[in-house]
Design a protein around this ligand. Structure first.
Ligand SMILES: Cc1cc2nc3c(=O)[nH]c(=O)nc-3n(C[C@H](O)[C@H](O)[C@H](O)COP(=O)(O)OP(=O)(O)OC[C@H]3O[C@@H](n4cnc5c(N)ncnc54)[C@H](O)[C@@H]3O)c2cc1C
Length: 397
């Protein structure tokens, strides 16, 4: 067993690093610094969104938005190079190529018709279109198969009625990737379909929801007789559940691991340099132990991460591993925030902008934000259920 990159992988890592250093606006990494594993503790204003879109287009122009798609659809890199790309971009706090490139694109590649591939894949690969995920409903979260939003076939269209909730970015993004019930009489998992819906279609109402950090990041979205052309049905009618499960596995691999390394480096520098009330943090044994504990957890996260990439490169399906990685990384986000808060003591409660706020107020925001990722894309309890059932072969109950 050799734990090292090939020459080609090393040279790709350098290429990505050089690109990021050249293209990032000055101060980007500092200004956009957020707690690793969180969903976002700062408002995405129009300026930030515009800069991000420009960066994504430059990334796409290099073929990195569709980085591990098949060659004929613009991809030409291995899963390990994909993982290297995600690690470096998250280290520099670049929002990853969105759900279009990482979830919708791969799902269309696997299950979409040829017409759908021709229409959507090139646009996704050029970062011209983006999607938000319209899965959850007020009475369907962990138990997603309970979803009630209906789509009824009328001629060459489907008419959608219902309500979605917790739609991250629905107020900013042009297309929705919507799960709806198309056969109410079938067993729950067999009556669901997936659609692409243009957010400009009449009948869509968006209501903002403010998250724990006071930021408008997600939304309630109402569909009132929204007409969608048949060609925007993904794959086959009533097969959506199976596509959706595959798509959730893609989502669980997007862990932004480099952000952990970056923030941990900053935190360790802070511990080395700071002596609140005259006592150097670096000499305090409890502090040293907490920091060492987080260092070990980050190393373990990296091991899972590269193992998952390696499995993908061998054509293996990291189904249980995707849940292990998601669970470990998101719980790590909480452990790290907890350790940081304890080490900073009362200073840890000072927000961005306060004169004595350590690390520009990163930690108190992170302390609030870190909870989000243990819920989004399937809660920690649901990941443990998946590991028990798929990984350990325990009965479903
Ligand atoms: C930051 C954030 C962003 C999100 N973005 C989106 C998005 O863009 N699109 C979207 O569709 N949804 C999104 N969601 C919604 C998310 O997918 C759901 O919140 C999540 O699946 C949990 O569903 P729920 O909120 O209905 O909680 P519930 O399912 O009601 O769960 C409540 C509690 O019960 C536990 N629980 C439930 N069932 C079980 C079980 N079988 N075994 C053990 N414990 C269980 C859960 O773990 C949880 O602790 C987002 C959520 C968050 C926090």
């Amino acid at each position: 067993m050799r734990f090292q990159f090939t020459e080609q992988e090393e040279s790709f890592q350098k290429e990505v690093e050089d690109f990021l250093r050249k293209e990032l606006p000055p101060g980007w990494a500092e200004e956009s610094l957020q707690w690793p594993g969180g969903y976002g503790s700062h408002e995405v204003d129009e300026e930030h969104w515009r800069i991000n879109q420009q960066l994504q287009r430059k990334i796409a122009a290099r073929g990195w938005a569709s980085i591990s798609w098949p060659k004929e659809y613009g991809g030409e890199y291995s899963p390990i190079e994909h993982a290297i790309f995600d690690e470096r971009t998250s280290y520099y706090r670049i929002p990853p190529p969105g759900f279009g490139a990482t979830v919708a694109g791969p799902t269309i590649l696997l299950f979409g018709s040829e017409e759908m591939k021709q229409e959507w894949l090139p646009r996704i690969a050029r970062a011209e279109v983006e999607f938000w995920f319209a899965y959850s409903e007020p009475n369907a979260g962990s138990d997603l198969a309970a979803l009630q939003t209906r789509a009824v076939e009328e001629g060459d269209e489907f008419v959608i009625n219902g309500q979605k909730i917790w739609g991250s970015g629905a107020h900013l993004i042009d297309y929705a990737w919507v799960a709806v019930r198309t056969d109410p009489d079938a067993p729950r998992h067999r009556g669901i379909s997936l659609f692409i819906v243009d957010m400009k279609t009449p009948g869509i109402t968006i209501r903002p929801l403010t998250n724990i950090c006071g930021v408008h990041s997600f939304n309630e979205v109402f569909f009132d007789n929204v007409r969608v052309p048949r060609k925007y049905l993904i794959g086959e009618k009533n097969q959506g559940w199976y596509y959706l499960v595959a798509a959730l596995d893609f989502e669980r691999l997007m862990v932004g691991i480099g952000g952990f390394k970056r923030v941990f480096e900053l935190f360790v520098d802070y511990v080395k340099e700071t002596s609140p009330d005259g006592e150097a943090l670096r000499n305090n044994q409890q502090v040293r132990h907490r920091v060492a504990e987080i260092a070990v957890q980050i190393e373990v996260a990296y091991m899972f991460y590269w193992q998952t990439a390696w499995m993908l490169s061998k054509g293996l399906h990291p189904n249980m591993e995707a849940s292990v990685l998601k669970l470990w990384i998101t719980e790590l986000s909480r452990h790290f925030a907890d350790a940081a808060m304890q080490i900073l003591g009362p200073y840890g409660q000072l927000e961005t902008g306060a004169k004595l706020a350590p690390l520009n107020g990163l930690v108190p925001r992170g302390y609030l934000d870190c909870i989000s990722a243990t819920i989004g894309a399937g809660t920690s309890e649901i990941q443990r259920n998946i590991i028990a059932i798929r990984g350990l072969d325990l009965p479903r109950k």
